[in-house]
Design a binder for this molecule. Structure first.
Ligand SMILES: Nc1nc2c(ncn2[C@@H]2O[C@H](COP(=O)(O)OP(=O)(O)OP(=O)(O)O)[C@@H](O)[C@H]2O)c(=O)[nH]1
Ligand SMILES: [Mg+2]
Ligand SMILES: [Zn+2]
Length: 302
């Protein structure tokens, strides 16, 4: 029987079967040896299961993944371990809070690059827009939204509290697999609760300064929205990408990739003559923060 992994935790898997049944599964021993990733099977994986008892099964095969969100941890001898977070997602919804916790543009940009590398489309979701009560915070949030629109991403403007933008987001989740990702405390679980009121996911407070969340969600879980699926994920502190090739990284920044080519094919957009990216920056078509992220990712420092 073919199914979808809804949740994976230390060798135990909840698998959804197309007729709606959920099986509690373990994994077949031989499969464990064949796989090379630290996470053998993750939420979003399409699997074949054998039933072994009432409500119980065993995963005997994992289908090839069409997309993946991974973080790369440095390993021995310059190698990297790939830590798979979720599989087979069509659209990565990168969530940022309109006010608190403060936006971390570098984390957002890393997630957008990870989405590109993992073959997902990416959108940016502003959460908690009900907290934009003064002109300054509103102007700042709108400026960030502009930057990501300019980068070619669809931007959603939402509040789980007032319901603003929730139906547009629900619509966007239909007929595809999505994942909400971002820093802890930006309101990923709250958004899902607003979209699916019967869900009742646990949400957490921010720390006393409102600088960060308290890592409330502990595991990735997939939920049905209409004819689609959406994954809630634990808040990320950072997302190591490992070494990314210059040309590939350039492609991962859609507003860079749109420009005519720079004079030098291996232009790193630092101070080379004939650099189209620098020229676009001066014209205000590219944000400083985006080019800064590009350079940090290129250098490979996490
Ligand atoms: N004012 C306001 N607060 C919100 C909104 N959405 C979430 N919050 C608050 O933000 C805090 C964090 O929300 P969560 O949904 O737990 O955030 P999360 O992104 O799932 O966090 P992790 O699971 O730790 O990654 C909670 O105190 C929520 O009540 C919103 O639309 N408006
Ligand atoms: Mg959460
Ligand atoms: Zn250049």
């Amino acid at each position: 029987m073919e199914g979808v992994v809804l949740r994976a935790a230390s060798g135990h898997f909840e698998v959804w079967l197309p007729h709606g049944e959920r099986l509690h599964c373990t994994m077949w021993g031989r499969l464990k040896k064949e796989k090379w990733r630290s996470e053998l099977v993750v939420a979003g994986d399409r699997v074949i299961v054998d039933r072994v008892g009432p409500g119980e099964g065993v995963i005997v095969e994992v289908f090839e993944r069409r997309s993946w969100l991974v973080r790369r941890e440095p390993g021995p001898r310059g190698r990297h371990f790939e830590d798979l977070i979720v599989a087979n997602v069509d659209v990565l919804f990168v969530c940022v809070a309109a006010t608190a916790p403060p936006i971390q543009p570098h984390l957002v940009d890393r997630l957008l690059v990870a989405g590109f590398l993992g073959r997902m489309a990416c959108a940016v979701v502003f959460t908690k827009v009900d907290t934009l009560v003064d002109e300054m915070s509103r102007a700042s949030a709108e400026e960030w939204a502009m930057i990501y629109r300019q980068a070619g991403h669809e931007v959603f403007w939402t509040s789980a509290q007032t319901g603003e933008g929730i139906s547009a987001l629900r619509e966007a989740l239909n007929h595809r697999v999505s994942a909400f990702v971002g820093a802890s405390g930006v309101g990923k679980s709250s958004l899902l609760n607003a979209i699916l009121p019967e869900l009742g996911l646990r949400v957490g407070e921010l720390d006393s300064k409102g600088r960060s969340g308290t890592h409330t969600t502990r595991a990735v879980s997939l939920h049905r929205v209409g004819e689609g699926w959406v994954a809630d994920t634990p808040g990320l502190r950072d997302l190591a990408l490992g070494q990314v090739n210059l040309q590939v990284l350039h492609m991962a920044f859609p507003e860079f990739a749109r420009l005519p080519p720079c004079r030098f094919r291996d232009c790193r957009h630092l101070n080379e003559p004939g650099c189209e990216v620098k020229a676009a920056l001066e014209r205000g078509e590219i944000a400083k923060s985006r080019l800064a992220s590009f350079h940090r990712i290129l250098k490979g420092d996490e």
